[in-house]
Write a protein that binds this ligand. Structure first.
Ligand code: NAD
Length: 276
């Protein structure tokens, strides 16, 4: 099995995470997700991002078990879904995820969305799971600055991660800076703009100069921005392509050109206005 060295970042509680992992939203439960993860492990990935709502935790667990890789070499993230938010219900949702995954602990557990009136109680449950050693790090997802401010008023544990939609059209510099100030690591979902990056000429133009693909240029931009990134694919050649990004770096000029694409544009839902 390939032993490629992926850079790691250290979270605010000293836990290390590979800076690049595999996202599995919309990877079908069973064979599809299992094959994607087997292929990712072969390519050197050691981090998998799933969630209860993706309904593929059983397949993720099977892929981990079948890989033969030791548990402590793999970083597994899951998330509590909105309808399971609240104290007791989150504890039992976590237990259910663990059971489906066939694991004894998680590496990272996230509050999937900032459900109004619920997320503070949900956070208390995550703090308990963390204190009991059931999860190595806890964090949030889709939290804007005002959600984080409210959470931090009462939190005993500062979230290690905020997983947000993040890509060149949606840099959210103020939120990013707030997370840096509070020592909360930004993790990018939708890093490949959910596949829409192919419509932006700049990536292909830069790719030609570096003899790389447009996807590799975009993912390299994420690495150099310092975020954790979790591109999704179930396609073997893309899974490999998406990690061949540690043998080049973008110049400051190219980074700036990409930064300038920012237009506060979301492909996904708005955390201030979602109804699920
Ligand atoms: P993404 O930006 O990773 O885009 C995925 C799509 O890009 C794929 O379906 C494929 O069509 C295309 N693609 C992948 N590699 C490619 C390549 N090399 N060349 C051309 N096209 C390529 O989108 P995403 O799946 O939304 O985000 C990644 C992960 O983030 C998810 O799988 C999930 O784990 C996580 N996520 C979290 C949330 C959240 O609310 N926390 C929301 C969405 C996604």
């Amino acid at each position: 099995m390939t032993k490629q060295i992926f850079p790691e970042v250290t979270l605010n509680n000293n836990v290390s995470v590979p800076q690049l992992g595999l996202g599995v939203w919309q990877s079908r439960e069973g064979g599809e997700v299992e094959r994607a993860i087997a292929c990712a492990f072969e390519a050197g990935y050691r981090s998998i991002d799933t969630a209860a709502i993706y309904e593929n935790e059983r397949g993720v667990g099977a892929a981990i078990k079948n890989s033969g890789i030791s548990r402590d070499e793999i970083f597994v993230t899951s998330k509590v879904w909105n309808s399971d938010q609240g104290f007791d219900i989150t504890i039992s949702a976590f237990g259910n995820s663990l059971k489906l995954l066939g694991l004894e602990y998680l590496d990272l557990y996230l509050v999937h969305w900032p459900v109004a009136g619920k997320y503070k109680e949900t956070w208390k449950a995550l703090e308990l799971l963390y204190r009991k050693g059931m999860v190595r790090a806890i964090g949030v997802s889709n939290f804007l600055t005002h959600h984080l401010e409210k959470l931090l008023q009462e939190a005993e544990v500062v979230p290690a991660v905020n997983q947000i939609e993040f890509h060149p059209y949606l840099i959210q510099q103020d939120l990013f800076d707030y997370c840096v100030e509070k020592n909360i690591r930004v993790e990018a979902w939708g890093p490949l703009m959910q596949g829409k990056f192919t419509k932006i000429r700049l990536f292909a133009e830069i790719a030609e100069k570096y003899n790389k693909t447009a996807a590799q240029v975009l993912l390299r931009w994420h690495i150099q921005r310092g975020v954790i990134t979790i591109p999704k694919s179930v396609n073997e050649s893309r899974i490999k392509e998406n990690v061949a990004i540690f043998d080049f770096s973008l110049s400051e000029e190219k980074m700036d050109q990409i930064n300038k694409l920012d237009k506060n544009y979301r492909f996904g839902p708005d955390p201030d206005n979602f109804d699920f």
